[in-house]
Write a protein that binds this ligand. Structure first.
Ligand SMILES: NC(=O)C1=CN([C@@H]2O[C@H](COP(=O)(O)OP(=O)(O)OC[C@H]3O[C@@H](n4cnc5c(N)ncnc54)[C@H](O)[C@@H]3O)[C@@H](O)[C@H]2O)C=CC1
Ligand SMILES: O=C(CO)COP(=O)(O)O
Length: 319
């Protein structure tokens, strides 16, 4: 059996997709939320309008959910470490698949390092790549990356989690997959700022491209492979997130760029990850001007004009 821990938009969409293949347990920490999902057969709070298949069982009982061998962790990145620390030995011997995108801001670790620390005897993998929960939930075609250091386990998980509409590609480059997925959200905030500020589509294309160069620079310095970064989990997800109004990171950036106070309610992974990425770049002596500009504007949105001017006045150089 498979369980999904975290009944947000993404966890629910994965439970719906996998519920077409077999039994899936969907765990949420709030019993009232679970009762509502059982009553409505829908996650009206996070993914309204899509019925839960009969084989999806919502539960607030973590013991019931963790009876499964394969557990998909669909929590926000900044909550993952505390969640694992609180549940300790429950995950011994389990296969944990991180479904979150980001870098833990206090330890500067990606999701797999966080799992290795919080659940050291679990086997770990990462599910990432370009996909909106709303698309997966209604069965639109989607291709994701399953990253696992153990290729035999990765192949078994690829088979287990693929459906006719949800195609998983696999890699053993977990660092490249983690960092591509984490950093594209930072660039998406930047792309949103550009559009929100009315700087135009050409400027957005420039920012995406230079942002991608920064993703490659940092990820490769940390051991990620170039091939992974041009794949689904890097370039693929960058395209999706920087060009769609469905992206929360992109919309958050648009709000900053247009002078609004951004809505702090939705999960916007790129905000904390921008700070983590900037700290990592300093540790490694790397120059990441797009990431640095996003951090500046998270702290001081009123500095938009001077931040854009500073980016545009950088020394001219070869591409
Ligand atoms: N929504 C999407 O289209 C996609 C999201 N993702 C990633 O999935 C991860 C989760 O995002 P969403 O599901 O969209 O967010 P969401 O905001 O819809 O849901 C997050 C869920 O986590 C739960 N949660 C938060 N802290 C918790 C804790 N300490 N213990 C237990 N549960 C907790 C919340 O109650 C909520 O149900 C993020 O890293 C995101 O980048 C990845 C691909 C697509
Ligand atoms: O990760 C995603 C698309 O692949 C979802 O993007 P947002 O978190 O910006 O909504």
């Amino acid at each position: 059996m498979i369980s999904v821990l975290g009944a947000g938009a993404f966890g629910t969409s994965l439970a719906i997709a996998l519920g077409a293949k077999g039994h899936v347990c969907l765990w949420a920490r709030d019993p009232e939320h679970v009762a509502e999902m059982i009553r409505a057969r829908e996650n009206t709070k996070r993914l309204p309008g899509v019925p839960l298949p009969a084989r999806v069982t919502p539960t607030a009982d973590l013991a019931e959910a963790t009876a499964a061998d394969v557990l998909l962790l669909a929590l926000p990145m900044q909550k993952l470490a505390a969640f694992l620390a609180g549940e300790g030995a429950r995950f011994d011997g389990k296969t944990l698949i991180a479904c979150c995108k980001g870098i833990d801001v206090s330890t500067l670790s990606g999701p797999l390092q966080v799992i290795a620390h919080g659940a050291p005897s679990a086997k770990a993998a990462l599910l990432t790549g370009p996909s909106f929960a709303a698309d997966i939930a209604v069965g639109l075609p989607t291709a994701l990356t399953l990253a696992c250091g153990d290729d035999a386990l990765g192949a078994a998980l690829q088979e287990k989690l693929s459906t006719p509409a949800l195609r998983l590609y696999r890699t053993t480059d977990t660092i490249g997959a983690e960092l591509g997925g984490a950093l594209k959200n930072v660039v998406a905030i930047g792309a949103g700022i550009v559009i929100g500020a009315g700087l135009g589509d050409s400027a957005r294309a420039a920012l995406i491209t230079r942002g991608f160069a920064e993703i490659q620079r940092l990820a490769q310095a940390l051991g990620g492979e170039a091939e992974t970064l041009v794949g689904l989990s890097g370039h693929g997800d960058l395209i999706l997130t920087c060009t769609s109004d469905k992206s929360r990171n992109f919309r958050f950036g648009c709000e900053i760029g247009s002078g609004q106070t951004p809505d702090s309610g939705p999960t916007v992974e790129g905000a904390a990850t921008a700070r983590a990425a900037l700290n990592l770049s300093r540790q490694h002596g790397l120059d990441l001007p797009v990431v640095a500009a996003v951090v500046t504007l998270l702290d001081r949105p009123e500095a938009l004009d001077e931040t854009v001017a500073a980016l545009l006045s950088r020394p001219l150089k070869s591409e």
